[in-house]
Design a protein around this ligand. Sequence first.
Ligand SMILES: [Zn+2]
Ligand SMILES: [Zn+2]
Length: 274
Amino acid sequence: MIQIVLLGTGNPLPDPNRAGPATLVRAGSATLLIDCGRGVLQRAAAVGVGAAALTAVLVTHLHSDHITDLNDVITTQWIMSFAPATLRVVGPPRTSDVVTGILASLAPDVAYRIAHHDDLTWEPDVEVSEHTDGVVLDTGDVRVLVAPTDHRPVHPTNAYRIEHDGQSVVLAGDTVPCESLDRLCAGADALVHTVIRDDLIRNVPLQRLRDVCDYHSSVADAARTAARAGVTTLVLTHYVPALAPGDHDQWRALAAEHFDGRIEVGDDLHTITI
Ligand SMILES: [Zn+2]
Ligand SMILES: [Zn+2]
């Protein structure tokens, strides 16, 4: 059994009801956090998961909305561990630069806390590994694979496939349809895909917003990817524009035109079990 929790279904615009992009996957012995958008640990707390419980953080790409709260995950994992513990972060090249920058920004706080707590004698320990292809994690009962996606000019970017006990879920992140994502998705039980309503966004008289259509999948794109790969369940998230109350069926119908499997459209904390 694999459990998928949509921790944050929002987009870069602050939303009173939606946290930033983040998804939790619980499979066997692993608790994996995919992306760390705004409010991620608040949402994780709602399902009883603290930063210290994370097996690894998988970063799809370094767009700010997907990593705004990585600093909070690093600090909270450190301060809530009662023995030295390493936070594993997997991401595309340059993830290490970003983490180094975050740690530099936290230096005053780290010094205050070490000075204040006698039992805290170590600094945050973050182990970053940068990959764009292959197996990135193998715990024995859970395997994580990565493949490159196409979110140019944001480059490189990753999608992840988490496998456990004969089941698998792919987290596509932000991408347009591409062959390497199709390959990673082949036969997966679930595909979690970020989506935009290009039919709505293309009509907004604001070029900066219309630009997002260049490098994201529309609902139809995501549905076609799921269909090509023979995926069983398509999970939509990172709704642009924000999913309005009562609009769930409309988004689901757009996907159903191209994909006849199970389609999940949900708010923060929506949980899917496969
Ligand atoms: Zn992005
Ligand atoms: Zn995004």
